[in-house]
Design a binder for this molecule. Structure first.
Ligand code: PEP
Length: 253
């Protein structure tokens, strides 16, 4: 019903040539884009090169910015706006990644501004949510994630929410080698879907893809994808190694 989506987040790890080499390795393998949607999020400097390589090969790999400004234009040194992403070749953007929240102090209010602007500019938006370890240990993880979700989607209309993908990424699982168990991830994904259903109705909620992120690897993707509400993955570390990322994309084989 929902087509799986596997998205690679390359973070600040590769220069322009390394990013282009990585996408070329990905493109050198025949992937079944009818079975799985695929996307990559290079850094801003590499984005147009990667997008051009993908476009020249004529494959439907999505390209995302890893962040976007909440401003449309103006004197915001160092910021990158939605139009810049689109004209550089991106069709999507990741907003509210836990590193933006925890390292750069992005608030739920700021993330909501970015989400609304990105959607207005017709960027497919991957909104990231996730709890800290202390919040999971205190048993408030679902409450915390639904709060982030409600804040992130504030003012997002039924018409625009179709362009949203939610990524549930428990902060304690990102880059740590610890993955949520499929059951823990499913508990959260089901709670997210229920929230979406209450807010936007069951028809729309059933169409929105909810990705899991946090140390996804070739050997754990299969079990995660068996769960009803897990529709794909946002992959950090393992997306930097073409062979591993390809195995994750081909999880169903
Ligand atoms: C991420 O950065 O979104 C992520 C999930 O990273 P990793 O797969 O390395 O945990």
């Amino acid at each position: 019903m929902r087509k799986p989506l596997i998205f690679g987040n390359w973070k600040m790890n590769l220069d322009v040539k390394q990013s282009d080499d990585l996408v070329r390795s990905l493109l050198s393998v025949k992937l079944d884009y009818g079975m799985v949607d695929v996307g990559v999020a290079p850094d801003f400097c590499s984005l147009s090169t990667v997008a051009r390589t993908i476009r020249d090969m004529g494959v439907p790999i999505s390209v995302a910015g890893q962040n976007v400004s909440q401003h449309e234009k103006g004197a915001f040194t160092g910021d990158v706006n939605a139009d810049m992403l689109l004209t550089a070749g991106a069709d999507s953007v990741i907003i509210g990644h836990s590193e933006r929240r925890t390292v750069f102090g992005e608030s739920d209010e700021l993330i909501n501004e970015k989400v609304r602007l990105a959607l207005r500019c017709k960027l497919h938006t991957i909104l990231c949510v996730g709890e800290l370890l202390a919040e999971r240990e205190a048993g408030v993880h679902v409450e915390k994630v639904l709060y982030q979700l409600g804040m992130g989607l504030k003012g997002v209309s039924v018409d625009r929410v179709n362009n949203i993908v939610i990524a549930y990424e428990p902060v304690w699982a990102i880059g740590t080698g610890k993955t949520a168990t499929p059951a823990d991830a499913e508990e959260m994904h089901a709670a997210i879907r229920k929230f979406l259903s209450k807010t936007y109705g069951p028809v729309i909620a059933n169409k929105i893809r909810i990705l899991y992120g946090g140390s996804v690897k070739p050997d754990n993707i299969g079990a995660l994808m068996l769960r009803e509400n897990i529709d794909g993955a946002l992959v950090g570390g393992a997306s930097l190694v073409a062979e591993d990322f390809i195995k994750i994309i081909n999880y169903y084989k």
